[in-house]
Ligand binder design. Structure first.
Ligand SMILES: Cc1cc2nc3c(=O)[nH]c(=O)nc-3n(C[C@H](O)[C@H](O)[C@H](O)COP(=O)(O)O)c2cc1C
Ligand code: SF4
Length: 441
């Protein structure tokens, strides 16, 4: 099945990152149309009609998010989330690197619809090359009059500032990002108030992912109703998925939402190397509960993946084949989230730490099957009990791995004990302090 390409169409054309080549393909025509022929409300109506849902993780309807911005005459902001810190996700990097003007055009359109006159791109610190490319594009866009006062002779003015992050996963969470942008430590804020009411500098703020914003010029070009015909009824459009892990052709692929996951993993990405098969896969970045080879025919869209008890998340598919021990994946993942927890709430701070300790005990053969129950209960106590969802982002995939591969976890403990002569016939470590602490985490 071939998918319509919208965002990746012509993306490899040399020089597309320059304004001349971008404009030779109709670039900035939709920003011009919006600002000179449409009102903010009619632009918003097209976004609402398109059914576009956010591509950054939560899948919230994008038009609806803009419609929450109060109409009051106060400073309003649009912030582009280019932090792209979810493991396995590298689509925004390619989109920004190859077509930075498409992002700037999307920001102009989104900001106009929201009535925001100030905008920012918050880009992850490691994306130095992409940041330089955007900086150069910003100079070109400003010189051409697409950024600044009275853009294209309209009454609309917009400033756009690129801000480089410093390498913290939590700064991708929208309120942590806002604090970081304000020059503070990037800690998530309590919600409500939501950013639409009190965001950057306490002003109404729309925060959107790179891919979400880059889709907006295409929605105006096609018309919202036409765009909504692509994909499924509740997951409109195309999605750029990043496929990595044990596949023969890792990379970014643009797919129509609703195609089968098997088509992406095997058809586009070539499946695992010869002689191996899919053991499990993360459908939406490392935060999503894992699915197995039995789930390969699940349609790849927001609702079907939710029904399969996982999520589309950032659209990053990480494939793990049958040569990889589940314990090693779980341990690597838990270490990442432990390191990235901002430490503000106890279930996340302590829960991630306990999970790493327990998985290390599993890995070394020091654990008992009871530890697996405790570990599962720690995950349950984290989910829904934290200020932001970073805690859940560890607990959901780890919980799903223990539930779906319990036998392998137990066999791993046995094998590690047998392979460790120093353990001999000693009882497995049942340190009550460790266990009590874990249960109370
Ligand atoms: C821990 C954490 C990390 C996140 N990292 C990112 C990120 O790197 N990029 C992103 O676009 N959204 C990220 N999000 C989601 C944002 O909070 C927010 O929902 C998103 O930027 C909204 O944009 P959208 O509506 O266009 O999807 C993260 C969320 C959490 C909880
Ligand atoms: S869930 Fe974790 S990362 Fe999020 S605020 Fe709490 S401690 Fe910080």
């Amino acid at each position: 099945m071939s998918s319509p390409t919208i965002l990746l169409a012509g993306i490899d054309e040399p020089g597309l990152n320059t304004i001349d080549v971008y404009r030779s393909h109709g670039g900035y025509d939709m920003a011009r149309k919006a600002l000179t022929e449409m009102t903010p409300q009619t632009v918003l109506d097209e976004l609402l009609a398109s059914g576009l849902r956010g591509r950054g993780g939560a899948g919230f309807p994008s038009g609806k998010k803009i419609s929450f911005i109060p109409k009051a005459n106060v400073d309003k902001y649009l912030v582009c989330n280019a932090d792209e810190s979810e493991p396995g996700t590298f689509k925004d990097r390619e989109l920004m690197q190859k077509s930075p003007h498409m992002l700037i055009e999307g920001i102009i359109i989104g900001a106009y619809a929201a009535g925001a006159n100030r905008s920012f791109i918050y880009i992850r610190g490691e994306y130095a090359e992409q940041a330089d490319i955007i900086d150069a594009a910003l100079v070109e866009a400003t010189e051409a009059g697409f950024i600044g006062q009275n853009i294209m002779g309209s009454a609309f003015s917009l400033s756009l500032v690129l801000h480089r992050g410093a390498g913290a996963y939590i700064c991708g969470e929208e309120t942590g990002l806002l604090d970081s942008l304000e020059g503070k430590r990037g800690n998530p804020r309590l919600k409500p108030p939501f950013p639409a009411n009190q965001g950057l500098y306490q002003g109404p703020t729309v925060i959107n992912n790179v891919e979400t914003l880059m889709t907006m010029p295409h929605i105006l070009r096609m018309g919202g109703a036409e765009y909504a015909k692509i994909g499924t009824e509740t997951s409109a459009g195309t999605k750029v998925v990043s496929v990595s892990g044990n596949v023969q052709r890792p990379g970014n692929y643009e797919i129509e939402l609703g195609i089968s996951s098997r088509e992406i993993i095997y058809g586009l990405a070539g499946g695992p190397p010869e002689g191996r098969e899919v053991k499990f896969w993360f459908p939406g970045g490392s935060s999503s509960p894992v699915l197995t080879k039995d789930d390969l025919d699940v349609p790849y869209d927001f609702d079907s993946l939710a029904k399969a008890k996982s999520m589309l998340g950032s659209g990053a598919i990480i494939v793990v084949d049958d040569t990889v021990p589940v314990v090693s994946v779980a341990l690597k993942l838990a270490k990442f989230y432990k390191h990235e927890s901002c430490g503000k709430c106890t279930p996340c701070r302590e829960g991630t730490r306990w999970t790493v300790s327990m998985l290390e005990r599993v890995d070394q053969g020091l654990a008992t099957p009871m530890d697996l129950d405790i570990m599962a209960s720690v995950q349950e106590q984290i989910i829904g009990n934290c200020l932001c969802v970073l805690g859940d982002a560890m607990a959901m995939p780890i919980g799903s791995m223990v539930a779906k591969f319990r036998d392998e976890f137990e066999a791993h403990i046995e094998a590690a004990r047998a392979a460790n002569p120093w353990l001999g016939d000693a009882e497995p470590d049942t340190d009550p302090v460790l266990i009590q602490g874990a249960a109370g985490a």
